[in-house]
Write a protein that binds this ligand. Structure first.
Ligand SMILES: NC(=O)c1ccc[n+]([C@@H]2O[C@H](COP(=O)([O-])OP(=O)(O)OC[C@H]3O[C@@H](n4cnc5c(N)ncnc54)[C@H](OP(=O)(O)O)[C@@H]3O)[C@@H](O)[C@H]2O)c1
Length: 234
């Protein structure tokens, strides 16, 4: 029987203790990937690490510049390199959601720091590891988790939506710039999911109308699988 293409992949996930990030840690480790993940709450990081073989948890805040290089080094050292980086951790900005006119500058800055500048810095710090993966004929992929709020002007979603729109365009430019190094950079909108983030934004939503995070995680794992197949056949 052919080996599972996900087995042995070295994957880093930001925000691996809840919602989509946790579902990704679960799906990827079950398939035999080595997964390094980051989140801020130490007790939840420990709980997820303890519950999953092949999951390596690190306490950290992706919005904090000073933590970028220590996190990048911890992630790549624990995995012995890096094939896939998933920038998933996210901030809504002001909660409850408010119109832009009522959004504090600091709230906009916080959304940009977590959703745009943090992924930019972490990706940049891990580019050496990703391009080494590509040189070894392994898949080298960055997935930035975006949202339909990046393209639709939903009232109240100004801080979050503008940060995700910028992340989406950063993704497109980086994908073109890194093509020569064999590194792909893709954006994925996981759809509306039943998670803590969604409940904080829209507390009255019917959870039954929302996707399970595991369903969106399976779609992302399938995307990674297609990328592995493309790298093998290149
Ligand atoms: N849920 C939806 O309907 C929906 C729709 C479209 C797109 N998305 C996107 O999907 C992704 C996952 O969202 P979700 O709904 O799964 O969110 P979630 O359930 O709230 O989980 C967020 C995760 O990120 C971590 N995190 C948050 N801020 C962080 C920071 N500054 N540094 C490190 N870790 C941080 C959280 O742990 P700590 O708090 O302990 O750090 C947690 O593990 C996000 O990019 C979101 O924008 C979600």
């Amino acid at each position: 029987m052919d080996q599972d293409p996900i087995a042995g992949l070295r994957v880093a996930v930001t925000g691996g203790t809840s919602g989509l990030g946790l579902a990704l840690v679960e799906a990827l480790t079950q398939r035999g990937a080595e997964v390094g993940f980051v989140a801020r709450d130490p007790s939840r990081v420990l709980a997820v690490s303890s519950a999953h073989d092949r999951a390596h948890g690190f306490v950290g805040d992706v919005s904090d510049k000073d933590q970028t290089h220590p996190l990048a080094m911890s992630l790549s050292a624990s995995l012995g390199g890096l094939d896939v980086l998933i920038n998933n951790a996210s901030s809504l900005g002001p909660v409850p959601l408010v119109p832009l006119a009522d959004t504090e500058c600091e709230e906009l800055e916080e959304a940009l720091a977590t959703n745009l500048v943090g992924p930019f810095r972490l990706t940049k710090a891990l580019l050496g590891a990703l391009s080494a993966s590509a040189r070894e004929g392994r898949p080298a992929l960055v997935i930035n988790v975006t949202s339909d709020a990046a393209v639709n002007p939903y009232p109240g979603w100004g801080a979050y939506g503008s940060s995700k729109a910028a992340l989406q365009h950063l993704t497109r430019i980086w994908d073109v710039e890194l093509a020569a190094h064999g590194v792909r950079v893709l954006a994925v909108d996981p759809g509306d999911m039943d998670t803590a983030l969604h409940a904080a934004a829209l507390p009255n939503a019917d959870p039954a109308s929302l996707k399970r995070p595991a369903e969106s995680a399976a779609e992302i794992v399938a995307l990674i699988e297609r990328h592995v197949a493309a790298a093998v056949n290149a």
